[in-house]
Design a protein around this ligand. Structure first.
Ligand SMILES: Nc1ncnc2c1ncn2[C@@H]1O[C@H](COP(=O)(O)OP(=O)(O)OP(=O)(O)O)[C@@H](O)[C@H]1O
Length: 236
């Protein structure tokens, strides 16, 4: 459960997040909004890359903003970036295993944990392939595997669907929907693909100019006229 209370983030005169309050309880939650709405800033605040001027965020009752970035990782906060961070000359296996040096270990040996996450994202057969030889979809799956290995509690996934084919996006849906059952972690998913959000997220928060435009069951939120005007390009 993510609880955001009166959160404000300023970059000079820009209020990237503006007095935002929201509770997100669904196992897979969506975060959408037009370009510049504050989505990445919110994820950066949660992961400790950006400081909030005001407000609080608690995750499962723990005050996140009081924790240093390394403590947040130990708490179980994990994220993927818009630009994948795959190491080109390491194998898929080693890319994932390297993360285990920095995060709390999950159940089983390192070997078992890496094998399990690669199985979940469908990369078991590509474990020995070098990062440089992966296509975009496989890179995205490595990123998700890196976020899943160990003992994650909250995954922040920034546009994992960008640039994927329809077939790949279908496979991504299955991987995302399976995460809560796979490891018990909650997922906060940013993506511009509204169909992906609708298919995977029970609950969605919509930002506009750093403010909360809508929050609720995804299907209802996507039907909201204010959301359609601001985000989906509907006529006023
Ligand atoms: N480091 C920064 N310095 C100054 N302004 C910033 C910085 N990061 C973000 N902003 C501004 O904050 C606002 C929110 O940006 P943010 O990147 O969070 O939006 P976004 O919803 O993630 O957009 P996109 O969908 O394009 O990724 C924008 O006005 C942006 O220009």
């Amino acid at each position: 459960m993510i609880r955001i209370e009166n959160l404000t983030v300023r970059f000079g005169g820009v209020r990237a997040i503006d007095a935002l309050s929201a509770e997100l309880a669904a196992p897979v939650c969506g975060l959408i909004g037009p370009n510049g709405a504050g989505k990445t800033t919110l994820v950066n605040v949660l992961s400790g890359l950006v400081w909030a001027a005001e407000g609080q965020v608690t995750v499962d009752g723990t005050e996140l903003l009081a924790l240093r970035p390394a403590q947040r990782v130990r708490f179980g906060l994990r994220r993927s970036f818009q630009t994948e961070q795959v190491v080109e000359d390491l194998s898929v296996w080693d890319n994932v295993q390297a993360v285990l040096d920095h995060v709390p270990a999950g159940a089983g040996s390192a070997f078992e944990q890496v094998a399990r996450v690669l199985g979940h994202v469908g990369l078991a057969g590509a474990a020995t392939r070098a990062g440089a030889r992966l296509n975009l979809f496989e890179r995205r799956m490595v990123e998700i595997a890196k976020a899943l290995v160990g003992r994650p509690r909250l995954l922040l996934l920034d546009e994992p669907g960008a640039g994927l084919t329809e077939h790949e996006a279908m496979r991504l849906r299955e991987v995302l929907l399976g995460i809560p059952a796979f490891c018990g972690a909650q997922v906060l998913l940013i993506d511009h693909d509204v169909d992906l959000i609708a298919d995977t997220c029970a609950e969605t928060l919509v930002l506009d100019f750093g403010r909360r435009l809508a929050l609720g069951p995804t299907r209802e939120v996507l039907q909201d006229p204010a959301v359609q005007r601001a985000y989906l390009g509907a006529e006023a």
